[in-house]
Design a protein around this ligand. Structure first.
Ligand code: NAP
Length: 268
């Protein structure tokens, strides 16, 4: 199929070779975006790219890069800085584990931070100034429910996802007036290779807490369309999240003061 250039622009999606990222690729192409797909496995990227461009007629480029390696990351940053067609960045590549501090290797934790935090941050810094200069753009950052429930899995993984949630909140605060739409997506357990790679195959989880990746991504995109800045696909009672955010806002006026609070009994 020949591609017709799109006014919607290009979505650059990291971790697009499989799992959640591959579904985002399918859905953004179906919405009429051209794609740049990033991950390490070039064969998988190329086969997905061919499949999507055959189905939709969209232009799909692949960029094989290990986002845990500075030189590869810099190549992707350069594309984001130089390619003015990019209107959407989906920061999806990520790894995790359920292992506790005493069970896990600190070098692996460091590598997790490089991918889940440093790469996501650097790619956002590469993409956003150009988006602002061109009048706007969308950044979708894949966090996790462990951003607000770090007790569920590995603590470093929870910390990386809390970073993603906080960073996305700040992006909206700083740049929504300049046309940047940022969404943090907080999936619960989703049926992908993520679990097996982290040492706990998804079949070991109770099936009633595991969502299909297609359902997860379609709900997240619906949340984006509805203007949500944080989306928890599984959350039925959205008032719980609204109350959580209201409590955070209520804390704000009391978070910094000349004197410590009376309950600490500090004489000044
Ligand atoms: P997945 O099936 O394991 O896919 C991860 C993707 O990231 C793959 O495309 C992988 O491709 C890519 N990737 C991994 N390391 C990379 C690296 N160093 N450089 C570049 N790309 C890399 O996992 P998933 O479930 O789709 O996870 C996607 C995101 O969702 C992650 O951020 C994860 O934390 C988050 N999440 C997942 C769940 C869940 O239950 N599955 C729940 C909450 C949040 P290559 O191997 O080809 O590089």
């Amino acid at each position: 199929m020949t591609s017709i250039s799109t006014a919607l622009g290009t979505a650059l999606i990291t971790g697009a070779s499989t799992g959640i990222g591959a579904i985002y690729a399918d859905r953004f192409a179906a919405r009429g975006y051209d794609l740049i797909l990033v991950a390490r496995n070039k064969d998988k990227l190329q086969s997905l790219a061919a499949q999507i461009s055959d189905k939709t007629g969209r232009t799909v480029e692949v960029l094989d890069a290990d986002l845990g390696k500075a030189a590869d990351l810099a190549r992707v940053e350069k594309v984001l800085r130089d390619d003015a067609s990019v209107t959407v960045l989906v920061n999806n590549a990520g790894i995790g584990t359920h292992a506790t501090l005493l069970e896990s290797d600190v070098e692996k934790m460091d590598a997790m931070i490089q991918l889940n935090v440093t790469a996501l941050m650097r790619l956002t810094y590469a993409a956003v100034p150009g988006m602002v200069a061109r009048g706007g753009g969308t950044v979708i950052n894949i966090a996790s429910i462990v951003a607000v429930a770090p007790e569920l899995l590995n603590g470093v993984y929870g910390g990386t996802k809390a970073f993603v949630q906080a960073f996305t909140t700040s992006l909206n605060h700083e740049l929504s007036a300049q046309g940047i739409r940022a969404q943090a997506v907080l999936p619960g357990a989703t049926r992908t290779d993520f679990w097996a790679l982290g040492g706990l195959p998804v079949e070991h989880l109770p099936s009633e807490i595991v969502m299909q990746a297609e359902d997860m991504v379609d709900a997240a995109l619906s949340g984006l369309d509805q203007g949500e800045t944080s989306t928890i696909p599984a959350l039925r009672d959205v008032e719980l999240w609204n109350a959580f955010e209201a409590a955070r806002a209520a804390l704000a006026p009391q978070l910094s003061a000349t004197h410590s609070a009376p309950r600490f009994n500090v004489a000044v």
